[in-house]
Ligand binder design. Structure first.
Ligand code: AMP
Ligand code: ZN
Length: 485
């Protein structure tokens, strides 16, 4: 479970490693999670939901400073009397991971709770409601509403399973939860207005089309989490000498990079003369759209203006970085980016990370551009990173991307257009197209990237493994086809 309440003076408290300057923001973050709880628990009776939330808020805000002597009733006595109260107590202590003192819960609103007793059968009923993926009874802790311990522990590892997190926090919250986690752990709330960031995240999430099989806010959340993983594993902040605004620009770019994606490719939108291709003169059609729509949202209402606390110079810098990063996700730049990586390896004689520091030596006033080149490489890498994940996670993404391609193929047939590559469900094999994507695009790119950043070698290893798995699937498919003939 996520730790709402932590001893901020304790550096080992790592779930939310909050900078002291960001203390107030932590409270706001908590509110976001309460909103999630509220939504998730909206089937609970309003009265005692409010009681729970009031209590949680009181407990977490006032922390340990309460007068311990002011105990209304002895908890031990109470728990023996009242099974319901015990259930609530267990639920709350596991739910919040707050080290509840039996006396503090007894102390708080005892009368209120007794006046409006919580029905154990109601709680149990909800725990059986599998479709809600919620279990209020702490016998199956993995089913709690917020991050499970496992998710939060793995969020900075390659085993992190975003589909599991989505189940835990709900589809509409996944992008927000990941973004808040990253902003907290990087102390970025000192630069951005938390409330506006929350509004912004909700609006961006809504702007992603959940009807798309692949290009949804979940993909954005995946790219965002992946960029954090790469940044941390390869220690990119140190290597690229990034300041907090640089790093924020990368993460915000990941969050918005496919905002309002219609589920069709640039070429398709050009072929049908769509308004967005006309507006961008057929150049970086979707990418130009994603980023311009993002800034349109930011400027549309002060409540979305996450940059309101930046001075003009910093705003210009972050805007420049974000435009560059989002445009860099156009696959048209893949070869250019690949060549950039290879050129660096050759020019500086880089091998397994050795000599890589030379890249940033003597760049002087060009540092902004070199950093930008790497940030763009990074976001592109994350955007095509699903074959670098363990197969159990990658296979979900492969299904989604192929479904979206086939849906476009169907549309192209309907409109009498030439069916795009990999989009004809009657002739394309998922396994074959994934093997091709990995062999020709992903593996060579990651092989070069990991020459500079050997800390990421596990990515190439995963791709190699995934190629073998899909090869076996393909062999099986071919055999079945043969037998049918
Ligand atoms: P984006 O549209 O910003 O997500 O750009 C990434 C592009 O990479 C996608 O549009 C796809 O063309 C391609 N891509 C990513 N993952 C896969 C995959 N597993 N199989 C085939 N193409 C992929
Ligand atoms: Zn993308």
């Amino acid at each position: 479970m996520i730790k709402f309440q932590q001893d901020l003076s304790d550096p080992s408290s790592r779930a939310f490693n909050i900078h002291p300057n960001a203390l107030i923001k932590k409270d706001k973050l908590k509110k976001l999670f309460f909103n999630i709880i509220r939504k998730k628990l909206n089937f609970l009776e309003e009265n005692y939901l409010l009681t729970i939330i009031n209590w949680l808020e009181k407990e977490t805000i006032e922390t340990q400073n309460q007068n311990k002597n002011n105990i209304l009733k002895n908890y031990t006595e109470l728990k023996n009397e009242n099974e319901e109260y015990q259930t609530l107590y267990n639920f709350l202590s596991d739910y919040t991971n707050i080290k509840l003192k039996p006396d503090t819960i007894a102390e708080y609103n005892l009368e209120k709770l007794q006046n409006k007793p919580i029905s154990l059968s109601t709680l149990k009923k909800f725990s059986q409601n599998k479709s809600q993926n919620i279990n209020l009874i702490p016998t199956e802790p993995e089913k709690y509403i917020l991050f499970s311990e496992e998710s939060i522990n793995k969020i900075e590892t390659q085993e992190f399973n975003i589909f599991k997190l989505e189940e835990e926090v709900g589809a509409e919250n996944t992008l927000s939860v990941i973004s808040c986690y990253i902003f907290n752990s990087n102390n970025l709330y000192s630069y951005f207005n938390y409330n506006k960031f929350e509004n912004f995240l909700q609006a961006i999430t809504k702007g992603y089309n959940r009807e798309n099989p692949y290009h949804t806010d979940l993909h954005a959340a995946d790219v965002t989490q992946t960029s954090m993983l790469y940044t941390k594993k390869a220690n990119l902040v140190k290597f690229l000498k990034l300041n907090p605004l640089d790093i924020a620009s990368l993460y915000i770019s990941c969050i918005v990079h496919d905002y309002k994606h219609p589920g069709y490719t640039n070429q398709f939108l050009i072929n049908i003369n769509s308004p967005i291709s006309i507006r961008s003169n057929d150049t970086d059609v979707l990418e130009a759209y994603h980023i311009s729509q993002t800034f349109k949202l930011i400027m549309s209402n002060e409540k979305y203006n996450i940059f309101s606390e930046l001075n003009n110079e910093n705003y210009r810098l972050i805007r420049k970085r974000m435009i560059g990063c989002v445009l860099a996700t156009d696959m048209i730049f893949h070869n250019k980016q690949f060549n950039f990586v290879k050129d660096n390896i050759t020019n500086f004689n880089i091998s397994k990370g050795e000599n890589r520091d030379k890249i940033l030596e003597n760049v002087n006033e060009k540092i902004f551009e070199v950093q930008q080149d790497f940030l763009e490489i990074l976001i592109h890498a994350c955007d095509i990173s699903n074959p670098t994940k363990p197969f159990n996670i990658y296979s979900f993404w492969a299904d989604k991307v192929v479904t979206e391609f086939f849906r476009q193929g169907d549309k192209e047939k309907e409109l009498g257009l030439k069916v795009s590559m990999n989009c004809d469900r009657l002739t394309v094999s998922k396994a074959q197209s994934q093997i091709g994507f990995m062999n020709f695009i992903v593996l060579p790119f990651f092989n070069s990237l990991t020459e500079i950043f050997p800390e990421l070698i596990f990515l190439s290893d995963n791709v190699k493994n995934n190629i073998e798995v899909f090869k076996k699937i393909k062999e099986k498919e071919d055999k079945e086809k043969e037998e049918k003939k």
